[in-house]
Ligand binder design. Sequence first.
Ligand SMILES: NC(=O)c1ccc[n+]([C@@H]2O[C@H](COP(=O)([O-])OP(=O)(O)OC[C@H]3O[C@@H](n4cnc5c(N)ncnc54)[C@H](O)[C@@H]3O)[C@@H](O)[C@H]2O)c1
Length: 276
Amino acid sequence: MRFAGKNAVVTGGASGIGKATALRLAEEGAQVWIGDIDEAGGRDLAETSNGRIHFQRTDVMQADDIEALMQAADAAGGLNVVFNNAGAGGSRDPIDQISPDDWDRTQALLLRSVALGIRYAAPLMIARGGGAIVNTASIAALQTGAAPTAYSVAKAGVLHLTTMAAADLSRYDIRVNAVCPGFITTNIFTSALGISGDKRTQANGAIGHIATRAQPLQRAGRAEDIAAAVAYLASDDASFVTGTHITVDGGMTIGPRHSWDPQVPSLFASLEAFAG
Ligand SMILES: NC(=O)c1ccc[n+]([C@@H]2O[C@H](COP(=O)([O-])OP(=O)(O)OC[C@H]3O[C@@H](n4cnc5c(N)ncnc54)[C@H](O)[C@@H]3O)[C@@H](O)[C@H]2O)c1
């Protein structure tokens, strides 16, 4: 019960990583305000939470919506925890083809939203003497090959925003950290391709299968894996941790595939045929 008596905000809380984190924080005692554009999903979660999760329609592209969400949680007795997490795939165009508007929209959804989440949470936390903020970045912030360019650059921005905000806010006892998920089986992939209904269920089955063998640990990454790291960073267990990130990726960023997958030959294995 690390969050007993605390109030938390989770953006993108109607699905995937945000939903799992809202449930985890509520399970550990928090009152949680989820903000999302998915009204059906958000209401559904709130209704089944025994009054511990509250839904407020929030579009993180809209500054006023973000500010109102922070104020709703604060009005319940103080805002203690914020998880800036809402997101989607953004433009998949390569850098030589992306339009200026698509670039701006992707940055606004994935980076500006996090900056504004911190912007509107911080004054409320300062007034109450501190708090903890966690931002969702990605392994795409750390290396190429994980996601499209605009998305990856936005997530890299989230990581540096995390360190800058940690520096700005440490004097107020506000900690700011990030989580870098690897390949996590959520609806983000089917949403990016506009796949819904029965086909979404089938596609998610296929994604789960691919995810099992995508990284050194041979199981699919789950939203709950990320929720556990976020709960740690948001809790007093991490009271001396700020300005950093935790990578939760089953080892995907360990190194090249041949370093951990015996089915992919290393350079030396490929050269053995030439050796005496
Ligand atoms: N799933 C992965 O493999 C993975 C990996 C790295 C990072 N991430 C990041 O994790 C975060 C959560 O994604 P997920 O995988 O849980 O996907 P998801 O699609 O299951 O959940 C994303 C949620 O964000 C909401 N959302 C989208 N646009 C919004 C907006 N403008 N305003 C408010 N809410 C909005 C969606 O409605 C949805 O409920 C995202 O920031 C994503 O980039 C995911």
